[in-house]
Design a protein around this ligand. Structure first.
Ligand code: NAP
Length: 246
């Protein structure tokens, strides 16, 4: 069976590792090309957009794909919607592999917002030292709140024109530990954290650090996606594929 895995997450890479040396399942891995030096699996990989829903449908037909696993990031809403529409229209089985969202503990002080624009507004009028971990895209929302200083962490450097006026950029790649997050937040005098609800184990330590320091967290909620069958671990995605293949 030939399956297309839409990647961009740790879970996608873990699934690809589970699919190595499987003569019954040929997995083709797909990345958007968003990260300059991506971590690639030991398998056939394609990089770059498909060209919308029609481009994806053409790709699925031309490459004789029999099933699709959407293992993109929970905030990759366009790709997930395109996969749902293309697979529905071609009658192809689709599984969405998305890790569960983080949930607050009794000790957390979360302010939940629907998007980055509202995250910037929720920072308020008083100048704050913000730890911004929402990625390098769409930072322009924070230009509307220039009274704050932003510590911006991303894997690749953000576009300089997208930055708010007072910003320090640190480039690094997960995983992070509680000790490293506490040290970074203390060093920069962070008084509030802004994050998307990615749900990743490898980036969760910032929430533990904010809780330990008694800091509020502005949590951007996940976008709503078309309803499709969903798995929350690479192992359960593999089981779904095995059932399809046999
Ligand atoms: P998006 O807004 O849903 O997608 C934008 C476009 O990028 C899609 O329409 C598609 O282009 C292309 N694309 C996205 N994922 C692709 C994939 N796996 N293979 C081929 N093309 C893909 O997604 P995004 O938020 O820009 O994220 C881009 C990539 O970064 C995704 O793979 C995602 O898993 C990863 N990522 C995203 C975030 C985040 O916070 N959004 C964080 C970490 C990693 P066409 O329409 O031309 O097909």
């Amino acid at each position: 069976m030939r399956v297309l895995i839409l990647g961009g997450t740790t879970e996608a890479r873990l699934l690809m590792a589970l699919l190595e040396n499987r003569p019954d399942i040929t997995a083709i891995f797909s990345l958007a090309g968003a990260t300059k030096v991506p971590v690639l699996p030991n398998a056939q990989t394609r990089i770059g957009g498909f060209g919308g829903i029609d481009g994806l449908k053409d790709y699925l037909l031309n490459h004789d794909i029999q099933a699709v696993i959407d293992a993109t990031h929970p905030f990759a809403a366009t790709m997930s919607s395109n996969a749902a529409e293309a697979c529905a229209s071609l009658g192809l089985p689709l599984l969405r592999l998305k890790r569960p969202a983080w949930v607050p503990t009794a000790k957390d002080q979360w302010i939940t917002v629907p998007d980055l624009h509202h995250a910037a507004l929720a920072l308020g009028e008083t100048s704050r030292r913000v730890f911004l971990t929402t990625g390098r895209k769409d930072l322009t929302s924070f230009q509307a709140s220039p009274q704050h200083h932003y510590l911006i962490r991303s894997i690749d450097a953000p576009e300089p024109a997208s930055l708010p006026p007072s910003a320090t950029v640190v480039l690094s790649r997960p995983p992070y530990t509680l000790a490293s997050e506490l040290s970074l937040m203390r060093e920069h005098g962070t008084d509030i954290l802004v994050t998307k609800n990615a749900g990743s184990e490898s980036t969760k330590a910032k929430l533990d650090a904010a809780r330990a320091l008694g800091l509020p967290v502005i949590m951007v909620q996940r976008p709503t996606l078309p309803p499709v069958r969903t798995a929350d671990t690479p192992q359960s995605a593999l089981q779904w594929l095995e059932k399809l293949a046999h």
